[in-house]
Design a protein around this ligand. Structure first.
Ligand code: ADP
Ligand code: MG
Length: 396
């Protein structure tokens, strides 16, 4: 299915406010939004002190809320309407049921650790057009939206970097996912028409303009998810830690290809391949950021292809469906307006990202959908998107 995103932000807002009024009988007092992200290049290296190059996309988690004068937060997600959650705000939050709300409990706990406690009670409705588990980081968008909501409620603004880190900690401690900083940073620091180059060692984010405005970003969700948040991600992270300790270095940024080749005899073959992905991907990401900023979009295509192959063969986080979707785009090629394509996000399913000429985008999406469906029997979900601003509160 090709989804057309026109007006999706306004539609989301309208539905949310209406449902809030139906449910609580008043207009919301606060309304906030946090975007999802797609990563152009720099995969699985945010936890390796690498560089990553995501952008915030025109898909959001929005929260409408109003103070309720109690000690509790009543939370309703329109995506999971049968699982309302109540969180006590006068005792330390703990992992509990329903599990979808754990990352929000984690965000509340982050404010508690900053001495904003107890939080004032409130009623909230959450709505979103970010598919869950599609590799677009709906979890980070939910965390950052929740943190932005708490800021509104308290009438404060915490330092944006600390806000992103607070959300990352929530994901670590309350969802058990040892993620890097990319997703939460992209949702906080996103900027219209810009990519965000994040240096994961210094934890600094820099907005880089898309120099070529004839380019469109296509996201293709394979609609498969082979592994859930748990084992494989933590396992890949573990491999990179083992490799770094064999290399005897404190940071991947100090590791050269020569270092890696000299250490190869001391590593098992699998750990070596994981390490090779990290070293080459850090290099590719820096080169891609420079090329994109200079409008040399074509250069990026090869880097994206190399990134995909490295994730597929060395890091082994791709899957049959992602490979089919990416190859469908590669086959269309530059002549058909495709500049580059790769899997994006953690892998094992989820989405691909494709840079395409705007004029060809519709045709490219149709072709990718047809090829993928013919080869897998699965109907994908494909849409074109633009880079948008990070989390913010909205007027009503
Ligand atoms: P991804 O972040 O790639 O979309 P995850 O498995 O990390 O996939 O995150 C999905 C989880 O995020 C859900 O299980 C749920 O806990 C939470 N979540 C995200 N958006 C919503 C939403 N709109 N309503 C309820 N829970 C949500
Ligand atoms: Mg996630």
């Amino acid at each position: 299915m090709i989804e057309h995103d026109d007006n999706s932000y306004e539609k989301l807002k309208k539905t949310l406010v209406e449902k809030f009024e139906d449910h609580f009988g008043t207009r919301p007092f606060f309304l906030v939004a946090a975007p999802a992200r797609v990563n152009l290049i720099g995969e699985h290296i945010d936890y390796c002190d690498g560089f990553v190059l995501p952008l915030a996309i025109n898909r959001h988690v929005m929260i409408a809320a109003t103070p309720n004068g109690s000690e509790r937060a009543n939370l309703l997600s329109l995506m999971l309407p049968n699982q309302p959650a109540t969180v006590m705000l006068d005792e330390p939050p703990k992992v509990s049921q329903p599990s979808w709300a754990n990352v929000i409990r984690g965000v509340f706990d982050g404010f508690r650790n900053k001495d904003f406690w107890p939080l004032p009670g409130f009623d909230a409705v959450i709505h979103s057009n970010v598919p869950l588990g599609a590799g677009l980081s709906s979890s980070a968008a939910l965390e950052v939206a929740a943190a932005t909501m708490v800021e509104s409620l308290l009438g404060i603004e915490i330092n944006p970097k600390n806000k992103a880190l607070l959300c990352q900690t929530a994901e670590h401690k309350f969802a058990g996912v040892p993620c890097g900083i990319m997703d939460q940073f992209a949702s906080v620091f996103g900027k219209k028409d810009h990519m965000i180059l994040i240096d994961c060692r210094s934890e600094e984010a820099q907005a880089i303009p898309f120099a070529d405005d004839s380019v469109e970003i296509i996201i293709a969700d394979t609609r498969v998810k082979h592994a859930l948040s748990d084992g494989s991600y933590a396992n890949r992270r573990k491999h990179t830690e083992i490799a770094l300790s064999i290399l005897g270095k404190d940071s991947w940024r100090d590791v050269t290809m020569e270092d890696l080749l000299s250490a190869e005899p001391n590593m098992n073959e699998q750990v070596f391949r994981r390490a090779r992905h990290v070293v080459t991907e850090i290099d590719r990401t820096q080169r891609a950021a420079m090329a994109l900023a200079r409008g040399k979009t074509e250069t990026v295509g090869q880097l994206m292809a190399d990134s995909h192959k490295s994730l597929r063969d060395d890091f082994e986080v791709s899957c049959k469906e992602l490979d089919i979707m990416v190859e469908a785009a590669w086959d269309i090629g530059e002549a058909g307006g495709v500049l580059g394509s790769r899997m994006t996000g953690g892998g094992f399913g989820g989405s691909t990202v494709t840079l395409a000429r705007k004029d060809n985008a519709e045709e490219i999406m149709q072709k990718m959908a047809a090829t993928y469906q013919a080869q897998t029997g699965i109907e994908p979900s494909i849409f074109a998107t633009t880079a948008v601003d990070g989390a913010h509160s909205l007027g009503l």
